[in-house]
Design a protein around this ligand. Structure first.
Ligand SMILES: NC(=O)c1ccc[n+]([C@@H]2O[C@H](COP(=O)([O-])OP(=O)(O)OC[C@H]3O[C@@H](n4cnc5c(N)ncnc54)[C@H](OP(=O)(O)O)[C@@H]3O)[C@@H](O)[C@H]2O)c1
Ligand SMILES: *[C@@H]1O[C@H](CO)[C@@H](O)[C@H](O)[C@H]1NC(C)=O
Ligand SMILES: *[C@@H]1O[C@H](CO)[C@@H](O)[C@H](O)[C@H]1NC(C)=O
Ligand SMILES: *[C@@H]1O[C@H](CO)[C@@H](O)[C@H](O)[C@H]1NC(C)=O
Length: 351
């Protein structure tokens, strides 16, 4: 504002009110920002871990409650299985490959001998009623209290939407969205029955894996980005519906984690391994971390939380600036991935 304009405004009596209102708004915004930032710091660094007894942890064996985990044979899902077993829950492992699930089940039993396990194998990219029937039959007699919707697939490399292959596009939507919804419809009533049986002394918990790809519209991962944004709105809507039934529903937002899907092997301040990441999720269930502005949503890993907060309280996730930076980043990833693929195929030819 120019000095002249300022003088004109502040010399009129209406101008005084305008400036006073602007000052109040500024103080309000600053206070909100400081409070939100303090909440991020408290959630991420200070508050003690959540006690899983409220979700039926602690018993194991015949009297134990059960957690159902999808995509449980590898990466983040496998880590959920181990850490929930450590909290005293029995474990149902769901993924495509039975042999991989058996290996994980045996590893869990070796580490926690009193933990019971069950494996359910189906391909979530084939959306057939038989899949969900198989799951229901496997778990309907179990006292299930926890569901972890972790199964997911992304684009193999960043790709322009118009060049996205039909199968990849359909798989992402089927695995990430349809299967997640149908699995939740299968498992949630069983959780509700367990909660009822305990006279609501024990709560249910449904966690769904979201992503920065859903938080920020992400060019070159458009289908994935949309599918994760879908889960975000769906999960928060479901949270409102299931709260009165004693079931906590939460979407977990994550930036990169080392795994086969992200194709990143080395950890850094912003890229935890699955163990560190899942540790941050389970210690802070019910808190929001970096997602202070969103109901039933958490960005739990400390550096992801700071990134989420910084973007949200500056340019905003839907801004032109965020979109442009994201476009440049994924164009670069695509260029590198294509070069690497070319190098590998060249090597093969010369061998
Ligand atoms: N890694 C990251 O940087 C990152 C970031 C944000 C969000 N996430 C989310 O975190 C979740 C787990 O990712 P991750 O990195 O741990 O992946 P991952 O290591 O590739 O593991 C994927 C799991 O899903 C199972 N799976 C894959 N396709 C399946 C299908 N068609 N049917 C049934 N099961 C299938 C796999 O088991 P089988 O091979 O036995 O089927 C495996 O257990 C995903 O939802 C992902 O979107 C990851
Ligand atoms: C990734 O995939 C390879 C080969 O399929 C497998 O041996 C490995 O255990 C997987 N998981 C991780 C976390 O690297
Ligand atoms: C599908 O969901 C998983 C986690 O639920 C996520 O890691 C993956 O990126 C998602 N893929 C797409 C294409 O949405
Ligand atoms: C749980 O209890 C509520 C209220 O008593 C009842 O309406 C609901 O049908 C019960 N649900 C299950 C799955 O038993």
């Amino acid at each position: 504002m120019s000095v002249e304009l300022f003088n004109t405004i502040s010399n009129s009596s209406v101008g005084h009110y305008v400036l006073f209102a602007a000052l109040l708004l500024g103080v309000f915004k600053l206070t909100t920002l400081v409070l939100n930032f303090s909440a991020v710091i408290f959630d991420s660094f200070i508050l003690p871990p959540v006690n899983f007894k409220k979700y039926g942890g602690g018993a194991r064996g015949n009297n134990g409650k059960w957690a159902v985990i999808t995509g449980a044979s590898d990466g983040i899902g496998k880590e959920y299985a181990f850490q929930l077993a450590a909290k005293g829950l029995n474990i149902v492992l769901v993924s495509r490959t039975e042999s991989k699930l058996e290996v994980v089940a045996n590893e869990i039993k070796a580490k926690y001998p009193t933990t019971q396990t069950k494996v359910v194998a189906f391909d979530a990219s084939t959306d057939t009623p038989a899949n969900y029937l198989t799951l229901r039959h496997a778990i309907e007699e179990l006292a299930v209290t926890v569901l972890i919707n972790n199964v997911g697939q992304s684009h193999s490399i960043p790709v322009p939407f118009l060049e996205t292959e039909d199968k990849e596009l359909r798989d992402i939507i089927t695995i990430n969205n349809t299967a997640t919804l149908k699995i939740t419809q299968t498992v949630a009533p069983i959780i509700e029955a367990t909660v009822n049986k305990s006279n609501k002394k024990i709560k249910g918990l449904i966690l769904t894996m979201g992503s920065f790809g859903g938080l920020l519209p992400t060019p070159y991962l458009a289908t994935y980005s949309g599918s994760k944004a879908f889960l975000q709105a769906w999960s928060a809507a479901l949270a409102g519906e299931l709260k009165p039934k004693g079931i906590d529903v939460e979407l977990i937002i994550s930036y990169l984690v080392t795994s086969n899907m992200s194709k990143i092997k080395r950890t850094s301040a912003t890229i935890p391994n699955p163990k560190q990441f899942v540790g941050s999720v389970l210690r802070s269930v019910g808190r929001r971390g970096g997602a202070q502005e969103r109901y039933a949503t958490s960005t739990p890993y400390w550096s992801h939380a700071l990134m989420h907060f910084a973007i949200e309280s500056t340019v905003g996730v839907y801004s032109k600036v965020a979109n442009k930076l994201n476009l440049q980043m994924h164009q670069q990833i695509r260029t590198r991935a294509l070069k690497k693929a070319a190098r590998l195929s060249q090597q093969k030819k010369t061998e």
